[in-house]
Ligand binder design. Structure first.
Ligand code: AMP
Ligand code: GLY
Length: 432
């Protein structure tokens, strides 16, 4: 099977790495790719959000399967165009990608499917929104309705700041804002493969969204992740499959816009049980790096089955023992405008560590930084503690001027300090 992977981040590097280890894969093209994917796959230039360009490249390289990494191309209709050209595509249609692309659409689907989520109100008028916020209980949670590359959500205690954010969002991002109830509890990213009918959950993971240790500093695309979650109540994945993932997939099919590809449920584990914070329509970054580091089942067959309606027949997935941890090495000034163009070098790595590239490019033989998140140093080990130690040994082998990483990725989980709240979700034995 020849596969075209569309994207250029560490998520795509992780996908390319897993695909390169699958004996059924005969060739991989990654477009536009990065310096890391270039070592494993043919690299081609591509405007990933241009559906016609993706189709043309898929035809030119005779791809049997196109795997779309990011939400932008999916919302722009890349999967529709590829499927329309008769080529299998892993990723939802533009209509189904609205689950990520529109917060109000996602709320509507969840309501129709009876999925537990934060209570929400949608506003189109800033004065109505301000009046509602004035009577609401903090913390205030406000979400711009469209894709905003991680900048569309505000969570905070201060009323004037919340009102200003809503006003700005209505003015600059347009349309609507969603104001919702604050969900208290640890967050879980649960990915599921689906072909529009069958749903196969992957290992639960957790990411670290704030820039600095102890969850201080601004939000980022994600500074690290680990999987699985030793503190998660037993049965939680089955519970989310039954109460969230399958009902949403069934609801999307009933609306005539089936969702196939990867459904990413961002959950808060509250005292009432798991509740949905958001859906994404693609693999998460950096969680994919740890989930795929644990997956033993060959990946290409799974993605192809998801793209072509054969997921009910794939059987149970196989996972390695232990855990995986990834730590992001970010450029100076990230998540502000990052400093780019610096040389990245990696020394000797211990066994079990992969340095996955995100914002890098080749300059002759040299690797230069080209984005905010530069590397995602990923390790699998026999325990969470072992994986964490290996990942940080990998980070220590990286040289990049001005780089910063969090030093506490998975630390609280290793120390047994993360707990699901007491209540419906608590009090059970931990799940793998
Ligand atoms: P989103 O883009 O919807 O994932 O939101 C970004 C981040 O904001 C989430 O990962 C949460 O940390 C936080 N967040 C979003 N919605 C809520 C909510 N209803 N309650 C608490 N935190 C939230
Ligand atoms: N790790 C968060 C995301 O991929 O959206």
């Amino acid at each position: 099977m020849k596969i075209l992977v569309v994207g250029s981040g560490a998520r795509e590097h992780a996908l390319v790495l897993a695909l390169s280890r699958d004996p059924s894969v005969t060739g991989i093209v990654c477009a536009p790719g990065n310096a890391g994917t270039a070592a494993l796959a043919e690299t081609r230039a591509l405007d990933a959000t241009d559906p016609a360009a993706v189709v043309a490249l898929a035809r030119e390289v005779a791809a049997d399967l196109v795997v779309v990494g990011a939400e932008g191309p999916l919302v722009a209709g890349v999967a529709d165009a590829v499927r329309g050209a008769g080529i299998a595509c892993f990723g939802p249609s533009a209509a189904a990608a609205r689950l990520e692309g529109s917060k109000s659409f996602a709320k509507d689907v969840m309501q129709a499917a009876g999925v537990p989520t934060a209570a929400a109100m949608v506003f189109e008028d800033d004065n109505d929104c301000a009046a509602y916020l004035a009577g609401a209980t903090p913390p205030y949670v406000i979400k711009a309705d469209g894709l905003a590359a991680g900048k569309g959500v505000h969570v905070g205690l201060d009323l004037p700041t919340a009102v200003d954010f809503a006003r700005d969002a209505l003015r600059s991002l347009g349309g609507r804002v969603v104001v919702e109830e604050f969900l208290d509890g640890p967050e879980v990213s649960l990915f599921a493969l689906t072909d529009g009918a069958a749903v196969v959950p992957l290992l639960p993971a957790q990411d670290f969204k704030r820039a600095y240790d102890d969850d201080e500093g601004p939000n980022t695309g994600g500074m690290g992740a680990y999987a699985p979650l030793p503190w998660l109540p037993a049965g939680l994945v089955d519970d989310v499959l039954e109460r969230v993932l399958q009902p949403v997939v069934d609801e999307m099919a009933a609306r005539g816009t089936p969702f196939s590809g990867l459904l990413y449920a961002g959950l808060a584990i509250t005292s009432r049980g798991p509740e949905v914070i958001e859906f994404n329509c693609r693999f998460g970054d950096p969680e994919t790096q740890v989930v795929l580091a644990m997956l033993e089942t060959p990946l290409a067959g799974l993605l192809h089955a998801s793209a072509t309606g054969g997921l009910a027949d794939v059987g149970p997935l196989r996972w390695r023992e232990g855990a995986a941890v990834t730590v992001v090495v970010a450029a100076e000034n990230y998540p502000g405008t990052p400093v780019t163009g610096d040389e990245v070098t990696v020394g000797v790595l211990p066994n079990g560590v992969d340095v996955l590239h995100a914002g890098t490019r080749l300059d002759g033989e040299r690797v230069l930084s080209s984005g905010g998140r530069v590397l995602s140093v990923t390790a699998a080990g026999t325990s969470l503690e072992a994986a964490r130690d290996l990942a940080y040994q990998g980070v220590a082998a990286v040289t990049l001027r001005g780089a910063h990483s969090r030093s506490d990725v998975a630390l609280r989980a290793v120390r047994g300090e993360v707990r699901a709240p007491e209540g419906e979700a608590g009090g059970r034995t931990p799940a793998r």
